[in-house]
Design a protein around this ligand. Structure first.
Ligand code: G3P
Ligand code: CA
Length: 270
């Protein structure tokens, strides 16, 4: 776990581009650098996103993690959805029963017509120990108290202990992630962003006081940013990869995780 209070950071940043910092950045297994292959909303190129079909496909493709989007129904059930079903409207305006009755799969193909919106607890039970779970709190500001509910589900299953980093929680809402870090301090926390303003020295230092991962959109990544993040003892995961070219670019950058609809672009064995 890398969360820490920083001191002497001026010196830290003067060393960023030295050979020493390059050594810090490299985590290798033999000659191969280990990159976590994260199936975005499941293997969502091949099955409808955020459904059991997509998560199962990620397991079959030997991804390291599934990424899931957690929201909350009107009556308090934690559900996994980004925005694709045959319904329309805001997730939080529907009861769980209403959400569960939606077809979450047909848009991707008739063979997926039976897919329903999964619940957070059923996915924890089904996949924990089988594949890592990258939990995104999607717009937690819409769901006051969702952090406590997520922490409760995690603790009920004793997953708040160090799990070889196979459970990670991330969000674009950074205050929510600070709160999550207080609730489950041993669970790795990720900061999501697509803003260059979040890549300044000051911003990165602040994130590193509670986060283990800095996860920007891949359009703003540079080798210098990768080195800065590593120097601050955080890991860096990039999203959302939908081409072999993008995957190869990130593999060359020495990133720690690639969040992709196509796990086969990151690990061509699949
Ligand atoms: O895991 C990163 C990525 O999922 C963030 O964007 O919109 O696909 O949830 P989005
Ligand atoms: Ca997501």
């Amino acid at each position: 776990m890398n969360k820490k209070l920083l001191a002497g950071s001026g010196l830290a940043f003067t060393l960023l581009f030295s050979p020493l910092s390059q050594a810090f950045a490299a985590e290798t297994i033999g000659d191969l650098r280990k990159v976590d292959n994260v199936a975005h909303r499941g293997a969502s190129a091949y099955a409808p996103e955020n459904t059991i079909a997509a998560y199962d496909k990620a397991v079959e493709m030997k991804a390291d993690y599934i990424e899931i989007d957690v929201q909350r129904s009107k009556d308090g059930e934690l559900v996994l959805i980004h925005d694709t079903t045959d319904g329309s409207g805001k997730v939080g305006d529907f009861t769980f029963e209403e959400l569960r009755s939606l077809d979450a799969g047909s848009w991707k193909g008739a063979q997926f017509a039976s897919e329903q919106i999964p619940t957070f607890d059923e996915i924890l039970d089904r996949y924990h120990g089988k594949i890592g779970i990258l939990i995104e709190l999607k717009a937690p500001e819409l769901y006051p108290g969702i952090e406590e509910s997520v922490a409760e589900e995690i603790k009920e299953r004793n997953l708040e202990k160090p799990q070889n980093e196979k459970i990670i929680i991330q969000s674009f809402n950074h205050e929510s992630m600070e709160k999550m870090n207080d609730l489950v301090p041993k669970v790795p926390i990720g900061v999501l962003t697509s803003s260059r303003a979040d890549t300044t020295e000051q911003a990165l230092q602040e994130f590193s006081t509670y986060a283990d991962y800095f996860n920007p959109s891949y359009g703003i990544v540079t080798k210098e940013l990768v080195n800065q993040v590593h120097y601050l003892d955080m890991k860096i995961g990039l999203w959302t990869v939908r081409s072999q070219k993008a995957a190869d670019f990130l593999l060359d950058m020495g990133v720690d995780a690639i969040i992709t609809d196509y796990p086969d672009y990151v690990d061509p064995r699949n």
